[in-house]
Structure formats: structure tokens, C-alpha cells
Design a protein around this ligand. Structure first.
Ligand code: FDA
Length: 306
């Protein structure tokens, strides 16, 4: 195991500790702020306008996951319908991303489906799009089934995310490509075991390039979500050499990371979309960011002294 993999595993383990969570919730809000656009929808909409002004598209995420009661999912569904309306009223260029466990997947899959369906239907009224984020492996199959079922119902303005670190990914991409599902392709952010996922960075990147290539070649619109120049340069190069237009795909990055580079990609004529979270349930999102990269932890430490 190299040092990057070790760092990621240690951070993901520590962040699952209840005491660390309690301390972070008490003292960490200011530190997490760098990655989060605000507590309220109004703050987030104002920030979207700023990014749109720089040529950057947005996907808006109301923070929340792993709920304990189904009533919480109803609240999130209603908030997503409000934010769908808010995006339309403000006329900003943004779609939305949501998490299946936020909509109740771990508690009641049928209720989760109906919650997500309500959000996707509202999005359709506004001509907008919903991305269902991919969580850890207990939810992979169910998430894919939800998206395919919505497509079968004619709600094609919904897509999901595919994680390159999973062994099953290539088969999933083939199935979703056949149904012409718009995918966001990522490396994968959760702690997964060696029985289901590649553990070496090089293996993840190889598989990542393979599924990006499959998707770009298929002609179905693709989102490549990564801050890794090894991946970004490779995609630019592959697209240019194979006559794949800049309108056939988009890059995506997270709010608070490589913001100048996001602007630069927009100036170069690429579609670039920023994943912008807002809300008060920031702890799990924030710890995954710290686990991804020692530099993210360093950025937080520097902010502590500002
Ligand atoms: P990674 O962290 O592996 O870093 C690789 C290299 O990239 C670094 O060594 C450095 O050279 C460069 N780099 C990285 N960050 C940098 C920075 N801030 N500044 C300069 N250079 C930097 N995961 C998931 O499981 N489900 C999901 O639904 C999503 N959704 C999602 C949406 C979006 C928009 C993004 C960007 C990511 C996700 N992810 C995700 C997370 C994803 O799976 C992955 O964990 C992170 O993107 C980290 O991998 P990267 O390829 O970005 O770089």
C-alpha cells in the first residue's frame, strides 16, 4: 500500500469515529466553509450566479445522507423541489445532485423511489436534470435500478455516477450506456474492500480511462469528475485525436477546489461544472474531501489560522 492509499484509509476510519464527529461538529464549521457555499438556498443561488458569471456551470447539492427517519427524506424531497424552482426563478445555469440515502434508500426503497421521482418530475417541468450521486456498495445496485426504472417511465432527465474503483463498473457502464443514461464518471470516494474494489491508485486510473473511453466513444453525453491532471489532460487529448467535440462531454470539479483552473477550462471552451454543496449537514461530505488528498487537510489547517 503506498502512502496516498494509507492516508485515505486512515482518514476514512478516523472520520467514522463518534468522538471525532462530535468534536468536528462543535469546532469544524468554519473549517468546512471552504468546501460549502452556505447554509441556505439563498446563499447558494447567489454563489451560483457568481460562478455562472465566470462561465462555470453548477450542480447544486443540498447536503444530507444516511438519514435515520423517513420523515427526514420527505423534508429533503421538499427542499429539492424548492431548489429546483429557485434555480428556474433565478434563471441560473445549474442542475442538482442528490444522494439516494438522503431520499430514504436505506430505510424504504419504495418511498425513496417515489421521493426521487417527485424531484425528477419537477426538474422535467423546468427542463432541468437530476444527478443521483453514487454512495457505497450496499446501494450501488439499487441506485442503478432506480435510474433505469425512471428512464423506462420516460423520465430521462436523470443520470447517475459510476465509480472506477469498483470491479463491477465496466458491466454497469455497458448496461447504462445501452439505456443512454447520462453518467458522471469518478474514481470513487468511499472505503471499499479488496473483494469489490481496486485498491491501487494505478489500477483505479486504468479502469477510469477505460470507462471514460467507452462512454466518449458511445456518443452519450459524459461528465468526467476529477481534479487529477493525469486524467484531465488524457481526456482532452483523447477527445481531440478522435474528433470528439467539446460539447460531447463536461468536466466537473468540487466547490472550493482548483477554482482558478475551473475558470481556465471554461475560457478554453470546455464545459466545466462545479459541484456546489450547501446546508448544515456537512460532516460526512467534508471528511471524504479530507480523505481524498493530504493537501485538502493542509488547506483546512491554513484556514484555521486566517
Ligand atoms: P485525487 O484526489 O485522486 O488526486 C489526484 C491528483 O490530482 C493529485 O495528486 C493532484 O495532482 C491532483 N489534484 C487533486 N486535487 C487537487 C487540488 N485541489 N489542486 C490541485 N491538484 C489537485 N465519488 C463518489 O464515490 N460518488 C459520487 O457521486 C461522487 N461525485 C463527485 C462529483 C464531483 C464533481 C467530483 C469532482 C468528485 C466526485 N466524487 C464522487 C469523488 C471522487 O470519487 C474522488 O474521490 C475525488 O474526485 C478525488 O479524486 P480526483 O480524481 O479528483 O483526484
Amino acid at each position: 500500500m503506498d502512502s496516498t492509499e494509507l492516508y485515505r484509509k486512515v482518514l476514512l476510519s478516523i472520520s467514522g469515529n463518534r468522538l471525532v464527529e462530535k468534536l468536528s461538529l462543535k469546532y469544524g464549521k468554519k473549517l468546512a466553509g471552504k468546501f460549502i457555499a452556505g447554509d441556505t438556498l439563498a446563499e447558494a443561488l447567489a454563489e451560483i450566479e457568481v460562478l455562472n458569471g465566470k462561465g462555470i456551470l453548477v450542480t447544486l447539492d443540498h447536503l444530507g445522507e444516511g438519514i435515520k427517519q423517513l420523515s427526514e427524506a420527505t423534508g429533503y424531497k421538499e427542499e429539492y423541489i424548492r431548489l429546483m424552482d429557485g434555480i428556474a426563478e433565478r434563471n441560473v445555469r445549474s442542475n442538482v445532485s442528490l444522494k439516494p440515502t438522503q431520499m430514504g434508500l436505506a430505510l424504504d426503497p419504495a418511498a425513496c423511489y417515489s421521493n426521487i421521482r417527485a424531484v425528477v418530475s419537477q426538474a422535467k417541468k423546468h427542463g432541468n436534470f437530476v444527478r443521483i450521486d453514487m454512495e457505497d456498495t450496499p446501494f450501488t445496485q439499487a441506485t442503478i435500478e432506480i435510474v433505469l426504472k425512471l428512464h423506462e417511465e420516460g423520465l430521462t432527465n436523470v443520470g447517475t455516477v459510476i465509480q472506477a474503483y469498483l470491479f463491477r463498473t465496466e458491466e454497469d457502464v455497458k448496461r447504462l450506456m445501452e439505456a443512454k443514461v447520462n453518467l458522471r464518471l469518478v474514481k470513487g470516494a468511499y472505503k471499499e474492500s479488496g473483494t469489490v474494489a481496486y485498491q491501487q491508485v494505478s489500477e483505479v486510473i486504468d479502469n477510469y480511462k477505460k470507462i471514460i473511453r467507452m462512454h466518449l466513444d458511445s456518443g452519450v453525453y459524459t461528465a468526467i469528475a476529477s481534479h487529477d491532471d493525469r486524467v484531465i489532460h488524457w481526456v482532452k487529448d483523447y477527445a481531440a485525436k478522435n474528433g470528439i467535440g467539446k460539447d460531447a462531454f463536461e468536466f466537473q470539479m468540487l466547490y472550493g477546489l482548483r477554482m482558478t483552473d475551473q475558470e481556465k477550462l471554461a475560457k478554453e471552451g470546455y464545459n466545466i461544472r462545479c459541484y456546489m454543496p450547501y446546508g448544515t449537514m456537512w460532516y460526512p461530505y467534508y471528511t471524504r474531501r479530507l480523505a481524498e488528498k493530504p493537501a485538502n487537510l493542509w488547506m483546512v489547517v491554513k484556514n484555521m489560522f486566517k
